[in-house]
Design a binder for this molecule. Structure first.
Ligand SMILES: [Zn+2]
Length: 172
């Protein structure tokens, strides 16, 4: 009997694995989103524990209780969307609010979005005098990697450091 997660993720190409909650509990439910038409595969799957079942308002969808046990921790999101949509999701959930850089204003040219965002963070770190805000320093370093990936035309690869950045924003 395949688990709920296996059923939902079978034969699908994962675009990005994201950790959007700091929680070490086992997932007891899987939220699928967004609510699409019947018969279509969910765009993403979010694994949540009992106490976080109702959390993550930025990830609206339908939850299914799972008996998958310790397969995945709470806060793990399996994102199957096309690269551009995952990038937009990062912008919507944390990047734009953190840096003020709006992808729409830059024509969704993601190298520019990431590069400008990184410059904002580096300027902020410089003004802070450095050393005081460690999560922000780590975040700027990771964002720098994403900029490098994007400059090489590899936005898919840029999703890896961006997922780390997203996790780091929980410590800000
Ligand atoms: Zn949890």
């Amino acid at each position: 009997m395949p688990s709920v997660l296996q059923q939902l993720s079978a034969n699908r190409q994962l675009t990005s694995m994201r950790i959007v909650l700091k929680c070490s509990a086992e997932a007891t439910s899987i939220r699928q989103g967004p609510d699409g038409q019947a018969g279509t595969d969910p765009a993403w799957l979010a694994c949540l524990c009992t106490s976080h079942t109702e959390d993550l308002p930025g990830w609206p969808g339908t939850a299914t209780v799972t008996n998958d046990g310790a397969r995945l921790h709470c806060g793990v999101v399996l994102d199957y969307r096309p690269v551009q949509q995952v990038l937009q999701s990062h912008a919507d959930l944390w990047l734009t609010s953190l840096t003020g850089v709006n992808p729409q204003a830059l024509g969704h040219f993601w190298y520019d979005v990431l590069d400008q965002s990184n410059r904002v963070l580096l300027t902020r770190l410089e003004e802070d005098g450095g050393g005081e805000d460690e999560p922000l320093q780590d975040l700027a370093m990771m964002l720098g990697m994403a900029v490098q990936n994007a400059s090489e035309g590899n936005l898919f690869q840029a999703l890896v450091p961006l997922a780390h950045c997203e996790t780091l924003t929980q410590g800000l």
